[in-house]
Design a protein around this ligand. Structure first.
Ligand code: AQP
Length: 333
């Protein structure tokens, strides 16, 4: 039997995860576990490229780990771990940094965006973020990297650096493919449908649906979602961004297509449509929230799972890092 292809993906503990993180990433990851060998990480090293309060970072990190498990990421079949627990990530980053050109990093749109947003803290880590991301992926010999559309440029850079490394030192690194999948490649804000929903930039009060929001809050946020005045449930992101975003969310949750959704609500007003979208989201998130609460109350279980994830990830990463160190010419220990 052919070995399963490897998938690597990660999420930053930069706030409370929101519906876009779930529909654009975590929900897809859960579905991939049957066919792929999966490694998922809490990307805490990445998150400090933007200033974090230490205690909140610790809380958010543990909470994201618990949410991963609550959503159905299987830490027995695959590996679920914290990036900072596996030093090989940063070691490989150094080797790759010396093969990455500033011209390449200068082109990264996420760096440009984030430097605008955090103009008081344009640090070197923010600039070299894509090299750390390349190291994450390459360390586990990932074949595929499920990412949102906004991250495909980083995966392209990872491929270029891996190919450069292999040309210089032999065929050591697996060159990965980006894997943009799922119904909701991009969930937009409910009050600001022109901007993507984000965990660290909440915008106005009802803009972001957090995965830990209680049902009544979720219902209220959808009720206040921005729509338009023509009262037709029709997918047209350019002219009807708010309604199109709600359709996108509904189809990602229910698995229905756009035409099916338009048909289902052709005779409904926006009120009934919004209620249906909210109910579908609540039904999807409720079991996850129950499991999450139980996990957060079980510190011994969580601690053991964190420790085991770190050990397994470090063990799996070690041989590739050794190959890289040897290839570059560092003397053996
Ligand atoms: N709105 C979104 N729609 C679809 N997918 C999304 N993702 C994030 N927002 C949406 C996907 O979630 C994964 C993890 O992202 P991340 O935590 O590494 O950083 P991010 O993309 O920057 O996510 P946020 O929530 O916007 O975080 P902050 O506020 O810290 O910048 C990725 O696969 C991403 O595509």
């Amino acid at each position: 039997m052919k070995p399963k292809k490897v998938i690597f993906s990660a999420m930053q503990p930069s706030g409370t995860p929101q519906l876009g993180n779930y529909l654009g990433a975590i929900k897809n990851w859960v579905g991939l576990q049957e066919d792929y060998s999966c490694r998922f990480c809490v990307a805490d090293l990445h998150s400090v490229t933007v200033r974090q309060d230490p205690e909140s970072l610790r809380q958010n990190s543990l909470s994201l780990f618990a949410l991963f498990l609550a959503a159905g990421l299987d830490h027995e079949r695959g590996i679920v771990y914290f990036q900072s627990h596996v030093p090989a990530h940063t070691q490989l980053t150094w080797a790759l940094s010396c093969l990455t050109y500033m011209g390449e990093l200068n082109r990264m749109t996420q760096f440009k965006d984030k430097s605008q947003k955090h103009s008081d803290n344009i640090n070197a880590g923010l600039y070299t973020y894509p090299v750390l991301m390349a190291a994450d992926i390459l360390l586990f010999r990932a074949d595929l990297v499920p990412v949102g559309e906004d991250q495909t440029q980083h995966v392209e850079l990872c491929r270029d650096v891996a190919e450069r490394f292999n040309n210089l030192y032999g065929d050591i690194l697996t060159v990965p493919e980006p894997f943009v999948s799922g119904a909701a490649a991009r969930v937009m804000g409910l009050s600001e449908p022109s901007r993507k929903m984000s965990k660290s930039e909440n915008g106005s009060e009802n803009n972001v649906v957090f995965l830990t929001d209680p049902p009544e809050i979720i219902a209220a946020k959808f009720k206040r979602a921005v729509t338009d005045s023509d009262n037709q449930v029709r997918f047209d992101p350019e002219n009807k961004p708010g309604v199109s975003n709600l359709i996108n969310i509904y189809r990602a949750v229910t698995g229905k297509t756009v035409p099916e959704t338009e048909k289902e609500f052709e005779n409904s007003g926006y009120g009934a449509f919004k209620t249906a979208v909210a109910e579908s989201v609540i039904a999807e998130l409720s079991p996850l929230q129950d499991r999450y609460s139980r996990l957060m109350a079980d510190a011994p279980f969580l601690e053991a799972a964190v420790k085991r994830g770190a050990e397994r990830a470090a063990e799996e990463a070690a041989p590739l890092l050794k190959k890289v160190m040897d290839a570059v010419g560092f003397a053996p220990r």
